[in-house]
Design a protein around this ligand. Sequence first.
Ligand code: 3PG
Ligand code: MG
Length: 406
Amino acid sequence: MAGLNKVSVDDINVKGKKVLVRVDFNVPLKDGVITNDNRIQAALPTIKKLVADGGKVVLCSHLGKPKNGPEDKFSLAPAAKRLAELVDTKVTFAKDDTVVGENAKKAVAEMKDGEIVVLENTRFRGADETKNGDNLAKELADLVDDQVFVMDAFGSAHRAHASTAGVTKFVKETAVGYLMQKEIKFLGNAVEVPERPFVAILGGAKVADKLNVISNLLEKCDTLIIGGGMAYTFLKAKGYEVGKSLVDMEKVDYCKEMMEKAEKLGKKLLLPVDTAITAAFPDPIDAEIAVEYVDSDKIPADKMGLDIGPKTQELFAEAAKTAKTVVWNGPMGVFENPVLAKGTIAVAKALAETDATTIIGGGDSAAAVMQLGFADKMSHISTGGGASLEYLEGKVLPGVDVIADK
Ligand code: 3PG
Ligand code: MG
C-alpha cells in the first residue's frame, strides 16, 4: 500500500505542550455564513485527538486571497465559531490583524490543556505568509514555544508558505495529521498501486490547467476519459470542426502528443462522441437555454459545445462501471446550468453506483457530488482542489515534504 512515511500525530506526545496545527479552513462563505463546512469536519479527527491527549491546540489557516492585508470579509471568525459547535472544549478566536500579535499571545498564554485557540487568517500577513518569510514562520513557532507543529492542511499542502512549510524550521517536532494521512492514502494508492482497471476522468474548462495531470495519469491508468471544456481542444486536435467551442489553439499539438502517447502505451483515451450545443454561452450562467445534441464531428460552425451528450454519458458511465478504481477531477460541462449539468450528473451517478474505489479530486467535481447528494456513496472526496491536482501530476507537495520522516 502506498502510504505516508511521515511522523504522525500517533507518534508524538503532546500532553501539556502547545501544538500549532495548520488546517485548511478555507471554506466557502456567503454573507459571512459558511456554505460548506466539509473542510472543518475533515479536520476534526486530528483536532479531537490532540485535545484528548491534553495538548494546547493552536490552529492556523488562510481563508480566501486577501490582497490588501486584514479585511473583515476574510476573517476566520466564522470558521472558529463553527468549530466551537463541533467540539466539546473551549474554542477561543484570537482576533488579531497581525495573526500572532498581543491578542493571540494572550489567548495562548491563558489556554489550559485540551483547549483550542484559532488564529486569524495567516494571509493577513501578505507576503510574510505567501513568500514564506522567516519572520512569520518564527513568530508562529514562538507562539507555541517552538514545540510541536502538525500539518493537516492537505488542501494547502501544495503551497510553500510560512504556515505550511517555513514554520517547520523553527520547531522541535513535526507531524502530519489524520486528514493528511487519509488523503495521501487514497490518492497515493490510486496512482501508485491501483486495483485495476483504473479509470481516470478529467474535465474542467481549460486543458492548460491539466497538462501534467493528463500526461502523468496516462502513464498510471488503464483508461483516461476527457470531458468538459478541455475536450474540445482534443476534438480539434483530431481534426474535427468544433465551431465556437472553447479551444486552446496553443495546446492543440499537446493534445495530439497525448493521443499518440496513449496509443504508444496501449491506453484507452476516451473523448466525447456527442455533445450538447447552443448558440451562445448562457448568461446568466443558470439561464434557461435550448440545447441540441450532435455527434462530436458534426458541431456546426456557429454553435458551441457546453456539455457531453447522452451517448457519451453512457460511454463514460460504462467505462467507470467496469473499473475497480476511479479518480475524477473536473466537471463534464457547465454544471452551474441545470440543462448543461446532465453530463456531470451522469458521471457522478455512475460513480455512486459502482463498487469500485471512487476518489473525487476536490474542487468543482467535489462540489457537484456533494450538491447532488452522492457524497456518502464515494470512497473519498478530497478536501484539496489544487493540492490533489498537483499530487496527481506526480509533484512532491511542499507541505508534506517538510514533515519529519518516520
Ligand atoms: C484551496 O482552496 O484550494 C486551498 O485552500 C488553497 O487555497 P489557495 O489556492 O488560495 O492557495
Ligand atoms: Mg500560519
